[in-house]
Write a protein that binds this ligand. Structure first.
Ligand SMILES: Nc1nc2c(ncn2[C@@H]2O[C@H](COP(=O)(O)OP(=O)(O)O)[C@@H](O)[C@H]2O)c(=O)[nH]1
Ligand SMILES: [Mg+2]
Length: 83
């Protein structure tokens, strides 16, 4: 199954840090502003997924989009949210 996660919010609240932690396991301490949007694919094997104790037979792919908080990127961000 494919699903989309869109991280949005004001600049500096920790969106990029959260995504880096998810993708690399690392905790990044320096601040690098996101320009526009960055996206990553996050795969989860079915063996790690269960719903109310019932194993799931499907792998999941999350397309995680990390958005820039600045207003000037509002246009592209709005299109991404729709799609
Ligand atoms: N103390 C603390 N600092 C954080 C946390 N998450 C992010 N930061 C710091 O906040 C700053 C901005 O984070 P960033 O992920 O770039 O924000 P973004 O603009 O929302 O993507 C960086 O210097 C991070 O190291 C957190 O949970 N705790
Ligand atoms: Mg960011």
């Amino acid at each position: 199954m494919n699903s989309k996660i869109v991280l949005c919010g004001e600049a500096g609240v920790g969106k990029t840090t959260w995504m880096n932690r998810l993708m690399t396991g690392d905790w990044q301490t320096k601040y690098v502003a996101t320009l526009g949007v960055e996206s990553w694919k996050y795969n989860v094997d079915s063996e790690y997924i269960s719903a109310e104790g019932t194993p799931c037979n499907e792998d999941f792919t999350f397309n995680v989009y990390d958005l820039a908080g600045q207003n000037k990127f509002a246009g592209p961000v709005e299109n991404l949210m729709k799609g």
